[in-house]
Write a protein that binds this ligand. Structure first.
Ligand code: CP
Length: 358
């Protein structure tokens, strides 16, 4: 039975595929579930007896704990299918005998016995091939009869973006006119996905915020993401700009989100057939990364933002590299609120996609 217009849909490229009105609906549901949680109201009828399969190809604290807690609070159950303990799901053409299992078979089997599959994959399990993990999720979606939920891939982290929007809505009451800067921040690690910055700029422009993307040269985001942000800004009569100066990005912002991501040199690139057409250049990646050491958020930096401005970060943060302790632990930081809102965001996504009735 179809219980709402979200029922049965995937949540993979949600910043691209879901409308602004649909994001707003999910925010409303999340805030309602947050209220009910605070009031200790029973919500176990929402997804009673439903099963969520989770597959983490990478480490996680927040995503793992909040999906597991969230489904339980809605009356369902999470089964963690540890890749490596199960036969590792493999895309067509990437099979290894008796080690992997074709995604088609995995997806079809799980669809007979559960209600959604949530996947995290980026970086080493996808050989740092940009887009490979996103394509893996889409191959699952092709064969699954139940929703596929992206818990972070190499392109997007849409569950994080929803939690971030909930946090901004709580702090500012809405999105119109709110100035958000998504900024690069330095980290000693040269290899990191672009999922968070790409999701944040897409979601923020979708909601009509005034968005600045700040990064040094060499840390450009996917050109399709930039085009979509420009279209969002035009549609909403708002603004989207890119600057290459750390301080300029902070000046006058209501929300700053300084977070490290990998340079364009840290990824392998494939064509549409999956063939590698450009390899990562780790020497160049180190060079541009070291040149960006000054992109660290300090108290002095925070003096540039609006007096009511907030500091956001998805966590985990590289303290002392991306940010000083007195900023992330300071009065403008909302990082724990964001992490808390992961729970309510995930509950809203599961409730709506897996068919609960509130
Ligand atoms: N922000 C985030 O996704 O945290 P985890 O990596 O701990 O899940």
């Amino acid at each position: 039975m179809r219980t709402n217009k979200f029922y049965g849909r995937d949540w993979i490229d949600a910043e691209m595929d879901y409308t602004r009105e649909e994001w707003e609906s999910l925010i409303e549901v999340a805030l309602e579930l947050k209220r009910r949680y605070a009031m200790n109201e029973d919500t176990t009828s929402v997804l009673r007896g439903r099963t969520l399969f989770t597959m983490f190809f990478n480490q996680s604290l927040r995503t793992r704990s909040t999906f597991a807690a969230g489904i339980q609070q809605l009356g369902g159950f999470a089964v963690d299918l540890e890749p490596g303990k199960t036969y590792t799901p493999a895309r067509k053409g990437f099979d290894i005998p008796y080690k992997t299992e074709r995604i088609k078979d995995v997806a079809e089997m799980l669809s007979r016995v559960g209600d959604a599959i949530a996947i995290r994959m980026y970086g080493p399990p996808a050989n740092w091939i940009y887009g490979f993990a996103n394509d893996t999720m889409k191959e699952f979606a092709e064969y699954a009869g139940i929703p596929i939920i992206n818990m972070e891939c190499d392109k997007y982290h849409p569950t994080q973006a929803l939690a971030d929007l909930i946090t901004i809505r709580e702090k500012f009451g809405g999105f119109k006119g709110v100035k958000l800067t998504m900024s690069f921040a330095y980290s000693g690690s040269i290899e990191k996905p672009r999922a968070v910055p790409q999701s944040v700029v897409l979601a923020a422009t979708k909601m009509g915020m005034e968005v600045t993307l700040a990064h040094p040269e060499g840390f450009e985001l996917d050109s399709r993401v930039i085009e979509a942000c420009q279209k969002n800004a035009e549609k909403n009569n708002s603004a989207f700009r890119i600057v290459n100066d750390f301080e300029e990005g902070f000046r006058g912002a209501d929300v700053v989100y300084p977070k490290s991501w990998g340079s364009t040199y840290c990824f392998n690139y494939m064509d549409e057939t999956g063939k590698i057409v450009k390899r990562a250049d780790h020497e160049k990646a180190k060079e541009v990364n070291e040149a960006a050491r000054s992109w660290k958020t300090s108290r002095k930096q925070m003096e540039l933002v609006d007096k009511n401005g907030i500091y956001m970060h998805c966590l985990p943060a590289d303290r002392g590299q991306e940010v000083e302790d007195d900023v992330i632990d300071g009065p403008q930081s909302v990082v724990i609120d964001e992490a808390e809102n992961r729970l309510h965001a995930h509950k809203a996504i599961m409730a709506m996609l897996m068919g609960g009735r509130l």
